[in-house]
Design a protein around this ligand. Structure first.
Ligand code: SIN
Length: 298
């Protein structure tokens, strides 16, 4: 792990946006850089109200933009309410490979127990970044937790970008990289009885993308899906990606969420990466994820 420490104070100095107070929700930050727990929201009730402009929904949008990942506890929602909450943020994305829970293909199953060959999200990634239009956000509802462990870690890709040297930012400017789902998805869900598709998505995306809502730049390469940087020799791409992954995974840019039953995490895939810990074997962790469609990264 590289150190960002120096003798002239921290190399990365987080400057928080000037935040007006919230009126309809509580926002309790996990770190100054990323993550906040939201209180005063009953998602089941919120989605049962008519879908018209709603002050609390506006503030949830704002809390997501300001904190990159937001958490809600004690939300005993049904599958229909989970899907309806996702739809308040946009059209739903259907995972190209993962199994769904029940009938709706947009309700992705997240499950690991003592017999599982693997658990979801056990490496740093941004969800389905191999899609030409990768998801803007993911909403995970965990219904059954292990007694300890099973945390999810989130990292700010704004902070990771900002902490790069000016020379590195200049080098990355204008570069694109290939993201490919094929090597990761083929055969991945065989234990759930999922048959492989003839092909999985692949796409070329900018190495640094600009967030369509905040206008901020975020590093957009990840170990899960990015294969190589386009237009540079393969050894240079390998070395550069190795450096960028190691840099992006610095704990300075992270928060870590400890799940409780019926908690929800809602993360913005455009400016974060996450990884789930599978440290709870032989216990069970289970839930569902609803994913909201996004735009082509620019
Ligand atoms: C995922 O990558 O969606 C899984 C995250 C988790 O299970 O915590």
């Amino acid at each position: 792990m590289s150190s960002l420490a120096g003798k002239d104070g921290p190399r990365y100095r987080h400057v928080a946006d000037e935040a007006a107070p919230y009126e309809t929700i509580g926002v309790d930050k996990l770190t100054p850089i990323i993550g906040a727990e939201i209180t005063g929201v009953d998602i089941g009730r919120l989605v049962s109200e008519e879908a018209r402009p709603n002050r609390q929904m506006d503030e949830i949008h704002r809390a997501l933009a300001e904190n990159l990942v937001i958490f809600f506890r004690d939300q005993r929602i049904t599958a229909a309410q989970h899907l309806a909450f996702g739809r308040r943020f946009g059209e739903l994305h259907v995972h190209p490979a993962a199994p769904n829970e029940g009938d709706d293909p947009a309700l992705m199953k997240i499950h690991a127990d003592k017999d599982s060959p693997r658990a979801n999200g056990e490496g740093w990634h941004s969800d389905v970044s191999c899609d030409p239009e990768p998801p803007m956000g993911s909403i995970l509802h965990i219904k059954q937790c292990p007694p300890h462990g099973g945390d999810t870690l989130f990292a700010s890709m704004y902070a990771a970008y900002e902490a790069l040297s000016e020379r590195m930012k200049a080098y990355l400017d204008g570069l694109t990289a290939l993201h490919d789902g094929e090597p990761i998805y083929r055969g991945l869900y065989a234990n759930f009885g999922v048959a492989d598709k003839p092909a999985y998505p692949r796409a070329e995306h900018p190495v640094v993308r600009t967030h369509p809502v905040t206008g901020k730049k975020a590093l957009y390469v990840n170990r899960g899906f990015t294969r190589h940087i386009i237009g540079v020799p393969r050894d240079e791409s390998d070395a550069m990606l190795a450096y960028l992954y190691q840099h992006a995974e610095n704990p300075l840019f992270q928060c870590r969420f400890r799940w409780t039953e019926n908690a929800i995490a809602f993360w913005d895939n455009r400016c974060t990466q996450h990884r789930a810990m599978w440290d709870y074997w032989p216990h069970t962790r289970t839930g569902t994820r609803v994913t909201v469609k996004g735009d082509r990264p620019v």
